[in-house]
Write a protein that binds this ligand. Structure first.
Ligand code: A2P
Length: 270
């Protein structure tokens, strides 16, 4: 079944409440991960770190999943980082998109992984696994993040080394970016670890927090609610376990209407 349509062909019968956008580039990293970029509607505004519903027309009906926007709010295009699930209702089709194809996007972005939901601090940790790095790809390219914190520590843990490539390319591009590079070179630290292959830094982020290796490797003191802030994005289990460790260290969870010391998001697709 071919569910992919050209953007120009779908525009006339866009589902209610959705934009029809055109894919501009696609990059495959592994058989489980890819990223795509698409046009951005002129009227579409969001805060770095938010997610939006992305979809395709399947059997004549729109099917959506939540995707974190990986591009910063100043970018003229939108970028997304996605898993590929062989029988995933959406991703089995989405992984086949090519430039020129149509992607649906609901009009309202939302989310808690935003700078506004954190109280000021010295250091912000962005804990991510797999495609959970996506909202942080947006936040580490946002000048507000660097204005708010002296140090920005992005941790990314994947099963395999090849899955780290999106983040490694992203951080290098960010450090060389004319707009944000100077901030990133001074304040951004990228900590990568791998769980199922040999790699200099091995282990789940939760284990590395618990046994203190993360802090020794970074040369920083253990988590301190007075100065440290956290943002967490990954699978449901990773969110739960990382959240428990931050709470154990004395940090409390915040929200848009009640900023505090850490925030949690769910941004995965099937
Ligand atoms: P592991 O290989 O030990 O399962 P996934 O692609 O399944 O979301 O996993 C991405 C990364 O997150 C993997 O390195 C995985 O480690 C790790 N991970 C899975 N569950 C947890 C958890 N509960 N806490 C921390 N990390 C986790």
């Amino acid at each position: 079944m071919n569910v992919l349509a050209k953007a120009a062909d779908l525009e006339a019968d866009a589902p209610a409440g959705a934009f029809v956008q055109e894919v501009t580039s696609v990059q495959h990293y592994t058989d489980r991960l890819f990223r795509f970029r698409m046009t951005r509607p002129a009227s579409f505004r969001f805060r770095s770190g938010e997610f939006v519903m992305i979809g395709l027309m399947i059997d004549g009906k729109p099917l959506y999943r939540a995707y974190s926007i990986a591009s910063p709010s100043w970018d003229e295009e939108l970028e997304f980082f996605s898993i590929k699930v062989p029988d995933g209702p959406l991703t089995q089709h989405l992984q086949k998109i090519q430039p020129g194809d149509a992607v649906l996007m609901k009009k309202k972005p939302t989310g808690t992984l935003v700078n506004d939901a954190l109280i000021p601090g010295k250091r912000v940790y962005m804990f991510s696994t797999g495609t959970g790095i996506a909202p942080f790809a947006s936040l580490i390219r946002d000048p507000d993040t660097y204005e708010k914190f002296d140090q920005v520590i992005l941790t990314h843990t994947c099963r395999e080394v090849a899955e780290l490539k999106y983040g490694l390319d992203l951080v290098e591009e960010t450090r060389n970016d004319p707009l944000i590079g100077e901030y990133a070179r001074e304040k951004l630290v990228h900590y990568t670890s791998v769980t199922r292959e040999d790699y200099p830094f091995k282990g789940r982020i939760t284990d590395l927090i618990e046994n203190g290796k993360l802090f020794t490797d970074l040369g920083v003191p253990p988590l301190d609610p007075a100065i440290d802030r956290g943002m967490i994005c990954g699978s449901m289990e990773m969110l739960r376990d990382t959240k428990a460790l931050l709470e154990k260290a004395g940090l409390t969870e915040g929200a848009n209407n009640k900023p505090a010391e850490f925030v949690v998001e769910r941004a995965f697709v099937g």
